[in-house]
Design a protein around this ligand. Structure first.
Ligand SMILES: Cc1cc2nc3c(=O)[nH]c(=O)nc-3n(C[C@H](O)[C@H](O)[C@H](O)COP(=O)(O)O)c2cc1C
Length: 344
């Protein structure tokens, strides 16, 4: 699997998720089997580049390459500037966001809202490619299947973007109107894959090794992108990689391994955000990690009351120590096979 000149270790991508896929989380996912990770989106608005939020998002210190940065905006010239700005700060791949349905993004006619204005969307792609090509930086594009059910225009837009020079396309199998509701449909993804010559990445509702195989078969996609299912379960990448390679499921990870991954992640998280902000934003990662585990709900409630990094870190260590005594392997509930049935 290649993006431009970069050979990736495998064809499993971590989805960009604002507020989730910061550098520590991307590094964790890569450590546990993801072959590629895209940053949280960075705005094209120059006046925001100096903010703490954006400068943290543009910080790639120690991250293994290729560094892929997602940019979001509505103005072709601003998007080209944003691409250059991020390349100067280490980006090796620029990803254009036409997939995010968030209000903040759509109100300013960015993210998936761009799919409603194909001409503007294309001008953005052309401007960003023109800014990146002289620097040898490939441009990738992430989109949905369309704006709404009646306007499922992923195919013409994907063809035009390919002609404009993008190196890879990711499609989330939902329209903008769907938000995250309903099931992702992968037939449109399959149609786009069949029509393009560049690599196509399928995204949407992949939450188990079996689902990954089903989506790959259904779409013929070159790679798979996983978002929400990696929250609290970043080892899903190696589970999927193993299943795709062997047809067999890995056993659940050892509880003491999960403890180590989470504690290492917390250290990285505090180091990036500082103690106050880091303790607050780490709560969601801890919550995801424990939510399906015995005693997880009570622990989550307790953990939300702990003020400092040391108290939080030690509480997590204690929770997993006790769990490991009772369950050497992580006691996760059985997978939900309903989506598989629908895909079959
Ligand atoms: C909390 C959250 C934040 C997201 N932020 C972004 C983003 O910044 N850029 C983007 O292109 N997509 C974003 N997405 C969409 C995901 O990349 C992905 O397309 C979507 O979650 C579907 O994949 P999944 O079913 O594997 O989660 C976000 C999704 C979530 C849940």
């Amino acid at each position: 699997m290649k993006i431009g000149p970069y050979v990736l270790p495998n064809a499993l991508f971590v989805a960009p998720m604002a507020g989730v896929t910061d550098r520590p989380f991307r590094q964790l996912c890569r450590r546990l089997g993801a072959g590629h990770a895209v940053s949280e989106m960075v705005t094209s608005k120059r006046e925001l580049w100096g903010t703490l939020k954006t400068s943290r998002r543009a910080d790639h210190a120690g991250e293994p390459g290729p560094i892929a940065v997602q940019i979001a905006g509505v103005d072709p010239a601003e998007m080209a500037d944003a691409a250059r700005y991020n390349i100067d700060r280490g980006a090796q791949i620029i990803d254009i966001n036409m997939g995010c349905p968030a209000k903040k993004v759509c109100n300013v006619w960015a993210g998936s809202a761009l799919m409603r204005n194909e001409a503007l969307a294309l001008r953005i792609v052309e401007a960003v490619v023109a800014a990146c090509a002289p620097r040898g930086v490939p441009v990738t594009l992430k989109m949905r299947t369309g704006w709404c059910d009646a306007e499922r225009n992923a195919l013409p837009l994907a063809r035009a973007a390919q002609d404009a020079g993008i190196a890879l396309l990711t499609i989330h199998g939902r329209t903008r109107e769907q938000g995250y509701k309903g099931q992702a449909e992968h037939d449109t993804v399959a149609a786009v894959k069949a029509a393009l010559t560049i690599p196509v990445v399928a995204n949407g509702d992949i939450d188990s090794p079996e689902q990954a195989l089903a989506v790959r078969r259904r779409t013929g996609a070159d790679a798979l992108m996983i978002g929400r299912a990696a929250q609290g379960r970043p080892w899903i990448f190696r589970e999927i990689a193993h299943f795709l390679a062997t047809g067999e499921r890995l056993p659940p990870p050892a509880t003491h391994e999960v403890r180590r991954w989470l504690l290492d992640h917390l250290q990285d998280h505090y180091a990036l955000y500082g103690e106050d902000s880091g303790v607050r934003s780490a709560r969601k990662h801890i919550g995801w990690a424990v939510q399906a585990l015995p005693g997880g709900a009570a622990f989550r409630a307790l953990m939300n009351t702990l003020p400092g990094a040391q108290a939080q870190w030690q509480a997590v260590a204690g929770f997993f120590d006790e769990l490991a005594d009772r369950h050497p392997l992580l006691p996760l509930p059985a997978a939900n096979d309903e989506r598989l049935r629908l895909l079959a």
